[in-house]
Design a protein around this ligand. Structure first.
Ligand code: AMP
Ligand code: GLY
Length: 415
């Protein structure tokens, strides 16, 4: 099979690495890719904001399956245009990707599907905003309605900050604060059937101890030794399947990866958000453990053929991913700094997220620069590997969290 993967981040590097392990894969092409991906696939400098250019590339290569990584091309209708041109595509239509593109739309779908989520108001005026803030009280949760790369959400005790954030966007969703640990659970859907992946936990705050601003994600681990065993089955039945059924009933079937961000509250599981694509850095922590061949799986989803697919197979290792971020990330990341000392050890993988080649010199080119995954018999061993590798990497001014999966690994040892 010849696969074309769209994207250039750590998630796409992890997807590329997993696709390569599938014996049915003959050729892997990536547009635009990055220097890490270029070591394992053929990269093409195609402008992926130009749907016609992507179709021309897929045609010239005789591609069997297109896999779309990031949300932006989904929202721009790339999968619709590729499907019209006759390609099998893993990635939802523009209409179905609205489940990520609009917080308000996601709330409507959940309401109609009977999926439990935080109570919310969608507000367009200052009066509506103030009324909603006062209805729920602190901590305040304010979300911009459109796409914001994980940075449109503010959770704060300070009403003035909440109000200021709300007034930055013409339409916001203000909702009840959900207390409890967060879990990311992904489903692979063919529009009608959906297979659950294993749960992962993502660390969204920039600094140790969950301090600092929200980011795209500073690290992750999987599996979750503390999570109830039923969480996957329960989320599959109560969240993923009803949502897929509702999207199909609306005439906009969701074919691709449905990402459920969950809060495990004392009243039960609630959906915090949906995304329409693989999460980052959860993908870097999950895919190294996936044993089901990925290219075949995604092709079956893209061709509406998951009905009789067996459950996904996973290695019983633990995985921990730690993200190396640029100086100033997430507020004002400094890029263009030389990057050295990338030396993966056995049981680790280094994924490039924001890197570029300047001649022969590898340099940082984004806020999140690398994602380092360690694998081990338990979380302690997986952490040890990830931190051994990341601590050897030199990038001026860079930072990473030192507490990814720390509490979970201590709790796991105590059991
Ligand atoms: P989102 O983009 O909706 O996932 O929000 C980003 C982060 O903000 C989430 O991962 C949570 O940590 C936090 N968050 C969002 N909504 C809520 C909520 N209703 N209650 C508590 N925290 C929230
Ligand atoms: N890890 C959060 C996200 O991908 O949105």
């Amino acid at each position: 099979m010849k696969v074309l993967l769209i994207g250039s981040g750590g998630r796409e590097h992890a997807l590329a690495s997993a696709l390569k392990r599938d014996p049915s894969l003959e050729e892997l092409h990536v547009a635009p890719g990055n220097p890490g991906i270029a070591e394992i696939a053929t990269c093409h400098a195609t402008n992926t904001d130009d749907n016609a250019a992507v179709i021309a590339l897929a045609e010239s290569l005789g591609i069997d399956l297109v896999v779309i990584g990031p949300e932006k091309p989904l929202i721009q209708g790339l999968s619709d245009d590729l499907r019209k041109a006759g390609f099998a595509v893993f990635g939802p239509s523009k209409a179905a990707a609205e489940i990520e593109g609009s917080k308000d739309f996601a709330k409507q779908v959940m309401r109609d599907a009977g999926v439990l989520t935080a109570h919310s108001f969608t507000c367009e005026t200052r009066e509506e905003v103030e009324r909603a803030l006062d209805t729920f009280g602190a901590p305040y949760v304010v979300k911009h309605d459109g796409l914001a790369a994980g940075k449109g959400v503010v959770v704060t005790e300070d009403r003035a900050i909440a109000l200021e954030h709300a007034l930055l966007s013409p339409r916001v969703v203000i909702e009840e604060f959900l207390d409890g640990p967060e879990v990311s659970l992904f489903g692979i859907s063919d529009g009608k059937n959906i297979l659950a992946m294993q749960p992962a936990q993502d660390f969204k705050r920039a600094f140790d101890g969950d301090l600092g601003p929200n980011t795209g994600g500073m690290g992750a681990y999987s599996p979750l030794p503390w999570a109830p065993d039923e969480i996957v089955e329960e989320t599959l039945e109560q969240v993923l399947k009803p949502t897929i059924a509702e999207m199909a009933a609306r005439g906009t079937p969701f074919v691709g990866l449905l990402y459920a961000g969950l809060a495990l509250t004392n009243k039960g599981t609630r959906v915090i958000e949906f995304n329409a694509r693989f999460g980052d850095p959860e993908t870097e922590v999950l895919l190294p453990r996936l044993q089901t061949p990925l290219a075949g799986l995604l092709l079956k989803a893209a061709t509406r053929d998951l009905k009789d697919h067996p459950p996904l197979q996973w290695s019983d290792q633990s995985a921990v991913t730690v993200v190396l971020a640029s100086d100033g990330y997430p507020m004002s990341p400094k890029v263009g700094e030389p990057l050295t000392g990338i030396n993966p050890i056995e049981g680790s993988e280094v994924f490039h997220a924001g890197t570029t080649l300047d001649g022969n010199l590898l340099k940082s080119s984004g806020g999140r620069v690398l994602a380092v995954t360690g694998l081990g018999a338990d979380l302690t061993e997986a952490r040890d590997k990830a931190y051994r590798v990341i601590s050897g990497i030199t990038l001026r001014g860079s930072h990473y969290r030192s507490d990814i999966a720390l509490n979970a690994s201590i709790a796991e040892k105590g059991n």
